[in-house]
Design a protein around this ligand. Structure first.
Ligand code: FEO
Length: 392
């Protein structure tokens, strides 16, 4: 397990989590990495650690460069356990190391570990000299927790932004150009949609600060390091933070006996007739975290449910709960469904969409038992109407 030199005397010493398939509700089919960075200078510094079960892998990589006992500082950019999980065991291996973190970071570490450690607290804009190089700290609260901050090394034009710009990818490659823009963009979008999406305003502030810094490498705490596509990923982040979407429709539904699926298909046909690209996702076959990538880019979001036990199907309720928590904005919504009696499924969908302050350009469609041809014609016309509104 070797370290990878990413800049002169700055090494990636993280852990590759090949088996990770689930990350607090988010499916991670490509696995992930937890990235830690070792800076060799007059003051030897480790930036972030790894999940607790990957500690030995990180330590082995550090040992290929230096005796861990010589490390002076441990920078904790973010307290979430995927990055701080090895702090305690690391400090046993590097007993001289002082923790450099924000006041909020210190509080978070104390709550997690119940330990009294040696801290150097830094605030936004403060700098720490390592000898030949400097770390400048910028607080980025809520990207992704209140304690989050980024580290910037001006002498190397190197940004260490922790969660921001991350992707859940386990791979032997370490740099974006080694894997290619398409996979990097898709994975970064999926990560943004499932982790960062609620914090667009905070991302915009962070981007404003970052835009003033000369940067030729962005080394996040998950996935690969950006060096070839920096303007492209910053552009993508700017669009996502501003909730910019494409003229696209996403239909998400679940169905009991096929009627809600028939309505979904007729809506798709109507949307398609207006030239709008349509993505259709059944919650029986797509995980909600996969669907969030479609939500990220789609202007129109149409959600359907059969009625079961006086409410939505639990799959639809779970999806809407997840969607609402991630707070996508500036979308057009539409609710639909089918029922035998009662009909609360589509009504409950409508209530959730209303609570998200989206534009709802048409009344919900709710059809009893099985739609007839005339009803399906009306559904198709409604799809066309929504398509025309999406086109603007
Ligand atoms: Fe990768 Fe917010 O932790």
């Amino acid at each position: 397990m070797k370290a990878v030199e990413i800049k002169p005397k700055i090494y990636w010493v993280g852990g590759i989590d090949w088996d990770l398939r689930y990350f607090h509700g988010y499916k991670t089919p490509r696995g992930s990495t937890y990235n830690a960075y070792l800076i060799i200078d007059e003051k030897i510094t480790l930036v972030d650690t790894v999940k607790s079960y990957m500690f030995e892998e990180m330590l082995e990589r550090i040992k290929t460069v230096i005796d861990p006992k010589k490390i002076d500082y441990l920078v904790v950019n973010h307290v979430e356990m995927d990055h701080s999980g090895s702090v305690k065991t690391f400090l046993e291996a590097a007993p001289q190391a002082k923790i450099v973190t924000s006041p909020m970071g210190k509080k978070g570490l104390e709550r997690h570990f119940k330990k009294e450690w040696d801290y150097l607290l830094v605030k936004s804009g403060e700098e720490l000299s390592l000898g030949n190089r400097t770390i400048k700290f910028v607080q980025t609260p809520m990207v992704h927790w209140p304690d989050s901050m980024v580290s910037y090394i001006p002498e190397e034009k190197l940004l260490l932004p922790n969660d921001a710009f991350g992707q859940h990818i386990a791979s032997p490659e370490r740099f974006d150009d080694e894997l290619g823009w398409h996979i990097m963009h898709e994975s970064a979008a999926n990560y943004y949609a499932n982790i960062v999406l609620p914090y667009g305003d905070q991302v915009k502030k962070a981007l404003e600060t970052i835009s003033q810094l000369p940067i030729d490498m962005i080394a996040p705490s998950h996935g690969l390091i950006w060096r070839a596509n920096i303007p492209k990923i910053i552009d993508a982040y700017t669009n996502w933070a501003n909730h910019k979407t494409e003229c696209k429709a996403l239909i998400v539904y679940d169905t009991m006996w096929g009627s809600t699926k028939e309505i979904a298909t007729a809506l798709a046909s109507g949307l398609d007739a207006t030239g709008i690209p349509v993505i259709t996702r059944s919650l029986q076959t797509s995980h909600m975290s996969e669907i969030m990538s479609d939500v990220l880019v789609s202007k129109g979001i149409l959600v359907g449910s059969s009625t079961l036990n006086n409410g939505m199907l639990s799959s639809v309720a779970g999806f809407l709960n997840y969607l609402k928590g991630l707070r996508p904005q500036k979308r057009l919504g539409f609710a639909f469904g089918s029922y035998g009696w009662g009909g609360q499924g589509a009504k409950n969908v409508q209530e959730v969409l209303q609570s998200m302050s989206w534009e709802l350009p048409a009344e919900p469609i709710n059809i009893q038992y099985v739609p007839d041809p005339a009803e399906l014609d009306f559904v198709r016309e409604t799809g066309m109407k929504i398509g025309r509104i999406i086109k603007g």
